[in-house]
Design a protein around this ligand. Structure first.
Ligand code: KG4
Ligand code: ZN
Length: 334
C-alpha cells in the first residue's frame, strides 16, 4: 500500500503547531510554537492575544515543519486540522489556514476533534490495541472514552463541572504559582506529604467526575489559614490535593476497565504528563494485568503530531470536510 503523509494543524488554545506523520504512526517532523511566556504574565490564556499570536506565527511554523521534513506541500496526501473544541478565535486561524492549503494544493481536508487527537498521541508511542478505555485529562476535558476500533468513540462519563487541568491551574493560582500550574503542583507534590484533609469528589457509582468542589475546598482552606495567620505548607497541600485527584481518577477508571472487561488503558491530555498520576496507573495496571500506555511527555500537551495521527484514521474512515468547514468552540467526539 502507498504510504500516506498527513499534515496536521493544531491551534485550539495557546500552541501553534504543524506536524507531518506517515501512515498514522511515524512522525516525520513536528514544530510547536508555545505562547506560554506571553500568557503567563496574565495568569492564564487571554483568548484575543492567543488568536493574534497564532496569526503571527502560523506561516513560519508551517515553513519550519516542511523544511524539517525536507518535504513540499505537494508531497502531502491530506490536511488534518483541529476544528474544535477550543477557543474559537484560535481555532479559526488553524481552520482557515487548512482550508487555504487544501484549496491551493487540491488536497483532501480532514476535520479532527481535539480529544481524538489527544487519544491518538498514544498511537505515536505504540499502535492502539482494541477494545480500549481512554482517560482523557486536560485543561478543558475529563472524560472516560471506550473504543472498540479506530476512530470510534463512546463516552462513558465526563466531568460535571471543572476539568481536572483547570482545577490544577486554579489551585496553583491560589498558591501563587505561575501559569500553567499543573507541572508546578506536580513538582511540589513529589516532596510533600498528604497532611491536609480534602474530600474525594463525586465518590459514587457513576463514571462522571467533579472537580469544582475540590477546587473550592483548597481555595477556602488557603484563605482560612491566611486569615488565622498560619503559613501554608505548599508541598503538603499540593500532595494532599494531588492524592485526592489520583484517587478519584483511578477509582472510576479501574472500575470501568473491569466492568467493560477491557485490558487496554491509555491516558490522554495535558494532565497525563503528571508524574504522580502516571506512577499510580502504572502500578495499578501491573497489579491488574492491564496493558497501559501514556503519551510521550512531548505529546501529552497540545501538538499537531497527535492531530496528524488521528487524521490518518479519520482519512481511512472516509471523513472529509469541504471549504465550508467552520471552527466550533464545543462539539461532541463522534
Ligand atoms: O491538553 P492540554 O495541553 O490543553 C488542553 O487541551 O486543555 O492540557 C493543558 C493542561 C493545563 O491545565 C496544565 O496545567 C496541565 O495540562 N498539565 C499538568 C501537567 N502538565 C500539564 N497537570 C498536572 N501535572 C502536570 N505535570
Ligand atoms: Zn489539549
Amino acid at each position: 500500500m502507498k504510504d500516506i503523509y498527513i499534515l496536521g494543524i493544531e491551534s485550539s488554545c495557546d500552541e501553534t503547531s504543524f506536524s507531518i506523520v506517515k501512515n498514522g504512526v511515524e512522525e516525520i517532523s513536528t514544530v510547536i510554537s508555545s505562547q506560554i511566556d506571553i500568557h503567563k504574565q496574565y495568569g492564564g490564556v487571554v483568548p484575543e492575544i492567543a488568536s493574534r499570536a497564532h496569526i503571527k506565527n502560523i506561516t513560519f511554523v508551517l515553513e519550519e515543519c516542511l523544511e524539517k521534513a525536507q518535504m513540499t506541500t505537494d508531497m502531502i496526501d491530506a490536511i488534518a486540522v483541529t476544528y474544535g473544541p477550543g477557543l474559537i478565535g484560535s481555532l479559526l486561524v488553524g481552520v482557515e489556514c487548512a482550508k487555504a492549503l487544501a484549496f491551493l494544493y487540491h488536497k483532501p481536508l480532514i476535520p479532527v476533534h481535539h480529544i481524538a487527537g489527544h487519544i491518538y498521541a498514544n498511537n505515536l508511542v505504540k499502535r492502539l490495541e482494541f477494545p480500549l478505555i481512554s482517560l482523557v485529562i486536560s485543561g478543558g476535558h475529563t472524560e472516560l472514552i471506550y473504543m472498540d476500533k479506530d476512530y470510534s468513540f463512546k463516552k462513558l462519563g465526563a466531568t460535571l463541572d471543572d476539568a481536572v487541568g483547570e482545577c490544577y491551574d486554579k489551585v496553583a493560582k491560589v498558591l501563587n504559582l505561575e501559569y500553567p500550574g499543573g507541572p508546578k503542583i506536580d513538582k511540589l507534590a513529589k516532596v510533600g506529604e498528604a497532611t491536609y484533609d480534602l474530600p474525594i469528589p463525586l465518590n459514587d457509582n457513576s463514571y462522571n467526575f467533579s472537580f469544582s468542589g475540590l477546587k473550592s475546598a483548597v481555595i477556602n482552606l488557603v484563605h482560612n489559614e491566611e486569615q488565622r495567620g498560619n503559613i501554608i505548607n505548599k508541598e503538603n497541600l499540593a500532595r494532599s490535593f494531588q492524592d485526592v485527584v489520583i484517587k478519584s481518577l483511578t477509582k472510576k477508571t479501574m472500575r470501568a476497565l473491569q466492568e467493560y472487561q477491557v485490558k487496554n488503558l491509555i491516558l490522554a491530555g495535558g494532565v497525563s504528563a503528571n508524574s504522580g498520576i502516571r506512577e499510580e496507573f502504572e502500578k495499578l495496571c501491573q497489579e491488574n494485568k492491564i496493558n497501559y500506555t501514556c503519551p510521550s511527555l512531548k505529546y501529552a500537551t497540545d501538538n499537531a503530531a497527535m492531530i496528524a495521527s488521528a487524521g490518518y484514521y479519520a482519512y481511512l474512515d472516509g471523513r472529509r470536510a469541504d471549504l465550508t468547514l467552520n471552527a466550533t468552540s464545543s462539539c461532541n467526539l463522534e
